[in-house]
Ligand binder design. Structure first.
Ligand code: PMP
Length: 362
């Protein structure tokens, strides 16, 4: 489609690029195509713009959101909040976001810049306690007239937004890229890998792939060590409840919108913070993409799975398309120590000596 004037920012949600990570594939000895769906290119900066738009539009259609009256309240790890605050800035709804303390200052600043109120909650509060981000949102909703929680943990429009937009965009990009001798392609999505938070992304992607595209597509979900989302439960036992730094993935309860059914999600992979942040550094340095922490989890989870018995044949077959979802960008984490370690880490650079020599000359 030729470029056109968009009516407002919501029209620029999604439509993100699918990018080949050729160097990382080569360095890991992979014959398959390693492809990344880069969601920080969506207008609000993350994959969650899609569900914010879908949930707001559906609620307006159903009469749940009433212009001039409703107040939108949502518990989130930040990105859904940013998507909602963007949509509500445009549409004129006041917004309150409840946000666990561990989530970055950058997310709070973006939320406030978009006009949202932000209430911080203790990270360690159990999801069903009145002090958690979910509990506080519910308490506010009970007291605030016309308060509405769109509830990404239960709202069918969460997985549906991915089934109807994220998935089809990936399929279209893969199907319309021709197979050549230099870059062979099976012409379909063979493996899809994404982190799970609410689980809406991985569940919706699975439906898009298995129902409408390739019934044999392997769906791999990534869950941080410390979280309990992975299935079977034994995968979680060793580190259950241990705090972790990566934001946006993992929970201490299984949200309704996450299908852990083995017919939807074929494999689960657990990843550590260190693995995620090492992978973020590789993505930045090798592929030039300024991704957030959970994208590192997605890459390290994908590589782990490709090295496993189940993954090996995909890793070793030319033309297999392995798609990873990179959920957000580094804008959300610029002040986090893990990122500053990557950015400012002193590494011997041949250029440093040259620069010093030139500047010494005066
Ligand atoms: N990564 C980041 C950075 C996120 O904000 C989220 C949303 N919580 C996810 C991954 C996981 O997405 P989902 O909630 O759809 O499972």
């Amino acid at each position: 489609m030729s470029p056109q004037i968009l009516d407002n920012a919501l029209a620029a949600v999604g439509h993100t690029p699918l990018i080949r990570l050729e160097k990382i594939a080569k360095q890991n000895g992979l014959k398959c195509n390693l492809l990344a769906k880069v969601e920080y290119m969506s207008v609000g900066g993350s994959v969650k713009d899609r569900i914010a738009k879908a949930m707001v539009e559906a609620a307006e259609k159903d009469g749940v959101l009433i212009p001039g009256k409703s107040v939108v309240i949502e518990p989130t790890s930040g990105n859904t909040g940013i998507g909602l605050a963007m949509a509500c800035a445009i549409k004129g709804y006041p917004v309150i976001i409840t946000l666990p303390n561990k989530m970055s200052l950058e997310k709070e600043a973006s939320l406030r810049a978009l006009g949202a109120e932000v209430v911080r909650t203790p990270t360690e509060a159990a999801w069903d306690s009145p002090e958690s981000h979910i509990g506080v949102a519910q308490r506010l909703q009970r007291e605030i007239p016309y308060g509405v929680i769109l509830d990404q943990y239960r709202n069918v429009n969460n997985p549906l937004a991915h089934e109807l937009t994220t998935g089809p965009e990936i399929i279209e990009a893969v199907v319309s890229t021709p197979s050549t001798s230099a870059r062979p392609s099976s012409g379909k999505v063979d493996v899809i890998v994404a982190g799970a938070g609410t689980g809406g992304t991985i569940t919706g992607l699975s439906r898009a792939m298995k129902k409408a595209h390739n019934n044999d597509c392997i769906v791999v979900a990534v869950d941080p060590k410390g979280s309990i989302l992975a299935y079977p439960d034994e995968l979680n036992k060793a580190e259950e409840g241990k705090p972790y730094i990566v934001e946006g993935i993992g929970y201490d309860f299984v949200p309704d919108v996450l299908s852990r059914d083995v017919s939807d999600i074929d494999h689960w992979v657990k990843t550590s913070d260190d693995e995620a942040f090492d992978a973020v550094k590789t993505i930045m340095r090798q592929e030039g993409l300024l991704v957030g922490g959970s994208s590192g989890s997605a890459l390290s989870g994908a590589l782990k799975w490709l090295r496993s018995e189940a993954g090996q044949k995909f890793a070793e077959t030319e033309g297999m398309n392995v798609v990873m979802l990179f959920a957000d960008g580094i804008r959300n984490y610029m002040s986090k120590p893990w990122f500053l370690n990557i950015a400012m880490q002193a590494e011997p650079s041949p250029l440093a000596g040259v620069i010093a020599q030139i500047l010494k000359k005066g």
